[in-house]
Write a protein that binds this ligand. Structure first.
Ligand SMILES: Cc1ncc(COP(=O)(O)O)c(C=O)c1O
Length: 308
């Protein structure tokens, strides 16, 4: 349908790097896929392209119509970016618990924001519920398409390319681990790896302050995009080998260390992913490969509690 080359063609095809300095020598290798290099600086660009291109193909949304989603900001920024390229309008339901830079990015792409107030800037299950209710209300309006980042099967499909790229770049891998919000990135990436003929162990990660997967109960925390306090809709427990929780403060310390030592500048979920990947690499030992994701760029978190 889109025969002309546009910025959507710049989504994906990201580099992968091996961490050289902060992983002990008697550990497995830790490889990180640099998803912060997508056009809006997040792996969410992949799902936004998949959801909206497929919706247009099916006739679920047409040029000039509105797309609605509730989002902490990364998904919102990616949807706003893709909507601008595809001549769609976009409204993001978000909250002041998420970084201001993400809100400004959404607006920069010409989208509208509906901001729900949080209690003390914390991401809580109650806040996510309020955002969801508001988005459902807006989605009932005419000529409005609900992107449905928590339900659309196009979300998982959008990440299959990520998994295929990993196998093309590093070959056989032993473990894939990543933090989950919807679980779309982890499962889609895993599916892409399996389609390419490799079957790593699959480990889902969460902040220990919101340990829904390990204890059944969510909680207040400050790692944007993950630990939402309900079952990640795309997480297929049958494919999962284990779940690890990581303390958020260790994740934020890791963000700062990563930037200083490895030159890798990521957000809180990236720091959390790398804390866990290094722990796993120590456990499984040399001669093996652990792969995780740099979910987004640290630029989105400048001026926040991670990079003050
Ligand atoms: C920064 C960040 N990291 C991780 C995630 C989790 O990704 P997924 O929803 O695919 O599990 C998100 C989701 O919004 C995010 O914004």
């Amino acid at each position: 349908m889109y025969d002309k080359i546009n910025l959507l063609d710049a989504v994906g095809g990201t580099p992968i790097v091996k961490l050289n300095k902060i992983v002990p020598h008697d550990s497995a290798e830790v490889w990180v896929k640099l998803e912060g290099q997508n056009p809006t600086g997040s792996y969410k660009d992949r799902m936004a392209v998949s959801v909206l291109e497929n919706a247009i193909k099916r006739g679920d949304v047409k040029t000039g119509e509105r797309v609605v989603e509730y989002t902490g900001g990364s998904t919102g920024t990616s949807l706003a970016f893709v909507c601008s390229v595809l001549d769609l309008k976009f409204t993001a339901v978000t909250s002041d618990a998420f970084s201001k830079i993400k809100h400004q990015s959404i607006e920069a792409f010409g989208a509208d924001l509906v901001v729900i107030k949080s209690k003390n800037g914390n991401i809580t299950p109650d806040l996510i519920q309020k955002m969801k209710i508001k988005a459902s209300e807006l989605a009932k309006e005419p000529q409005t398409f609900y992107a449905d980042q928590f339900g659309s099967s196009d979300v998982i499909k959008g990440y299959e390319g990520l998994g295929k790229e990993i196998v093309d770049q590093v070959g056989k891998i032993d473990v894939l681990c990543s933090a989950v919000g919807t679980g779309g990135a982890l499962m889609g990436t895993y599916n892409g790896i399996v389609i390419s003929g490799v079957k790593p162990k699959l480990i889902a990660l969460e902040p220990s302050q919101s340990p829904f997967l390990t204890t059944g109960k969510g909680g207040a925390h400050k790692v944007e995009g993950i630990g939402l306090g309900f079952a990640p809709p795309f997480l297929d427990k049958d494919k999962l080998d284990s779940v690890k929780s990581v303390d958020q403060d260790k994740a934020f310390d890791m963000c700062r260390l990563l930037a200083r030592e490895e030159g890798l500048f990521g957000g809180g979920s990236t720091g959390l992913n790398i804390c866990a990947a290094i722990e796993i690499a120590k456990e499984i030992g040399p001669g093996k490969k652990v792969v995780t994701l740099n979910c987004d760029t640290g630029l989105k978190y400048l001026g926040s509690h991670i990079y003050t």
